[in-house]
Design a binder for this molecule. Sequence first.
Ligand code: PMP
Ligand code: GLU
Length: 395
Amino acid sequence: MHRLAERIDRIPLSQTLAMAARERELRATGQEIISLSLGQPDFNTPDFIKEAAKQAIDDNYSAYTPVNGYVELREAICEKLRRDNDLDYSPEQIVVSTGAKQSLANAILALVNSGDEVLLPTPYWVSYEALIRLAKGVVVPITTTMAGQFKLKPAQLEAAITAKTKLLILNSPNNPSGAVYSHKEYQALAEVLARYSQIQIISDEIYEHILYEGEHCSIAGFEALYDRTITVNGLSKAFAMTGWRLGYVAAPLEVAKACNKIQGQITSGTNCIAQRAAITALQAPVASIHYMVDAFSRRRDLVWEGLKHIPGLQVARPAGAFYFFPDVSSFFGKTIAGHKIGTATDFTELLLSQAHVSTVTGEAFGSPNNIRISYATSEALLTEALRRIAVLVNH
Ligand code: PMP
Ligand code: GLU
């Protein structure tokens, strides 16, 4: 019997990745699963980025890079932050990591002490909670509702703050709800935060470009918060580069140095080829990825029309990212196709076993009445998945 560290028991398996693994197993047994679980664009990485990576290999990029990333890449990130977000950072304030997930891990480990409270509006992305637990922080969920567009309200924020509050994690566009905060909404939250100087903010902006309504707002742009905000972003979603593993933080210098210190002991830095390709990706005009956003937009309309007509599902139209987050609690206590439904997890199991459609339970996102449906897949597969779900639910 192995004596594992107690921190292993503090965190669950990533439910998004666990569902992806489950699908692979079922496929290996010959089942035809439509995957609406993993949040990963189904596009190929654009050719101009692939070419940059091939060139980097031919140019013999192979050695360790600076821990925080090539300076040319950090300069390209600063330029991107100026161009897209009107934020002013210097290359020393940037740390490039192995995906935004590692950026988040670095930042949380750099900031959170045992017992520190971290405010987490629900629904929240799965890994925030686990990373806070790894750091021995205390997760303080703040419930948002579908009726309230899944957005944190200033009064709710203020009511959750205590002397132990260390950090607030914001994510717009949101995974899993698709909510997008307007400048005005962030301004109202910023006014509360301005009064509590002990609170730092992590702003996860990885879905910045996957936006259908309104404009993206970076909370670091509010003057009172710039010195307390860690902006997280990455290339996985906008550039269809999930497997390349490249994300970054833009942070106050002291926090950037702390992230760099942790990373220097854990990974030594990000893969050099992915970094060279990222320079090319970030320097390209945003218009070069619009074809993917347009496709996501059409799929959003298709899934919205489909889900709206499935009785029992309560559903909101997302303004960004590529997920729907319907409430399935009206099915609790019912039996469908011989399966008793008591929880959202039961519902996802039903969809997987009977309709062969994979989704993720809202329990993983702190919202036990909902399930997450990713529409980062083809219109043909989405149409078929919706048909199967409707048939099953109408059973
Ligand atoms: N933040 C959010 C909200 C996400 O959905 C994801 C997953 N794609 C990440 C961060 C991590 O992204 P990656 O590590 O692929 O850059
Ligand atoms: N972020 C994606 C998701 O939410 C990918 C999986 C993961 O990184 O956990 O599905």
